[in-house]
Design a protein around this ligand. Structure first.
Ligand code: MCU
Length: 413
């Protein structure tokens, strides 16, 4: 009898030990996201599926949701700064103004948003262009500045002047913009984090208005931007789950390229943009990232394949261009190849597309990428049936998987 009790006790101790070690971040179906990690050196791309800080590998879709929260927390801590939660209060309205320019009348519809948090208030606006035919509510694409991709005529466009939220002229822009008027110049949020916060407020505003006034279907929202604004579009898509389709265009380094891969591309003799340069150029990243940017990216417990992976299982189409060295084309191709494995794991590979070509100006959308863009709009914003969104193409880049990936892809579905 004594030995049975002893064996049972031993089993209980062993199983509780197993639970703490194997499921440290996933206890009784609850997600815990510790972010104070001992940083470790990883010259390969980190495993998107294994909880950082000594956790288990994710084995189902809910655990992926937990892991993506951890990745989001790590990105905020080491690279992007703190993204504030929903503010205390928000009010919105839509106003229409008319102007005449060179004999032509122009009507502008503005979504005006007033946000109060921590006893401070700011106001900002985004312009809405509704389709001119048919009846709303329409799907909409939110764009930083304005889209550099053609938006179908049956989809609305919402343009946000993101520089008004967080300036991005050069390194001296840190802490300037309406976001910092609200949260203080010492807020750790980088410009891209501040913009993502504003996108979430646009969606809050649309949700708060009567559907007859906003005329936008908030379950069918896309997000886009090009170049620096493409990097930002990727960050907004990663952190805002109400965005159904994310389209970063020519985002390059700091966007759909991976830090480690860009460093390696440079070490191999190519001229590319690395973190060591980018942190001195502008304020897209937090000051904390300076600790990693000078060839210490191996210490980061993530890379941008995981930033993109945070979008999964939602849809994403990354549009790229090989014509500019600072887009780090090889790095983008490799990074997105690694990112797509998250969609593979969730059984939805065709929700993640990558299309990279060359021979055109920066942010000038290339007609040969139109079929995939149309397919993604049709399927994810316009609910068309039977649309093929399987696309992963480059003109000439390659990726050495064996060198960069030492993890396996679990089946999470
Ligand atoms: C590709 O995005 C950036 C690039 O990272 C910067 O180095 C460069 O100065 O500006 C590009 C851009 O935003 O062009 C419009």
């Amino acid at each position: 009898m004594k030995s049975i009790i002893f064996k049972l006790q031993a089993l209980a101790i062993l199983s509780s030990l197993f639970c703490t070690v194997a499921s440290k971040h996933w206890v009784q179906n609850q997600c815990h996201v510790p972010i104070n990690l001992t940083l470790y050196n990883n010259t390969k791309l980190p495993d998107p599926f294994t909880f950082a800080g000594g956790g288990a590998k994710t084995s189902n879709a809910s655990q992926w949701d937990c892991r993506r929260k951890q990745i989001g927390a790590l990105l905020q801590k080491y690279e992007l700064g703190h993204l504030p939660p929903k503010p205390a209060s928000l009010t919105a309205n839509i106003t229409t103004s008319n102007a005449t320019y060179l004999g032509t009348n122009y009507t502008t519809n503005n979504l005006n948003i007033q946000v109060t948090d921590r006893n401070k208030t700011i106001s900002f606006s985004a312009s809405i262009i509704w389709p001119t035919t048919g009846e709303g509510p329409w799907p909409a694409v939110i764009a930083y500045a304005a889209p550099s991709i053609p938006i179908p005529s049956n989809i609305a466009t919402i343009n946000l002047d993101n520089d008004d939220i967080a300036q991005q002229n050069d390194a001296s822009s840190r802490g300037i913009g309406k976001f910092y008027d609200l949260y203080g110049i010492n807020a750790t949020a980088s410009a891209m984090t501040a913009w993502a916060w504003a996108v979430s407020r646009i969606i809050d505003a649309l949700e708060s208005l009567p559907i007859s006034e906003a005329k936008i279907n908030t379950t069918r929202l896309g997000m886009t931007g090009c170049s620096r604004n493409g990097k930002g579009a990727l960050v907004a898509g990663a952190f805002e789950p109400r965005i159904r389709l994310t389209i970063p265009q020519e985002s390059g380094s700091g966007g759909d390229a991976c830090w480690r891969l860009s460093d390696a591309e440079q070490a191999a003799g190519y001229v590319v943009q690395t973190s060591s340069e980018i942190v001195n150029e502008n304020v897209w990243f937090s000051t904390e990232f300076d600790n990693f940017a000078q060839y210490k990216t191996d210490l980061l417990p993530f890379d941008h394949h995981m930033l993109a992976g945070m979008i999964a299982p939602r849809a994403m189409l990354a549009i790229e261009n090989t014509a500019y060295v600072w887009l780090s084309p090889q790095s983008s191709y490799g990074c997105m190849t690694a990112a797509r494995k998250v969609w593979d794991a969730l059984g939805v590979s065709d929700r993640m597309g990558f299309t990279q070509d060359g021979n055109h100006s920066h942010c000038a959308f290339s007609a040969d990428q139109q079929p995939e863009l149309t397919a993604f709009f049709d399927r994810f914003l316009l609910d068309a049936e039977g649309v093929n969104t399987t696309v992963f193409k480059t003109t000439n880049e390659t990726f050495d998987e064996a060198r960069w990936i030492d993890w396996t892809v679990p089946k999470l579905y």
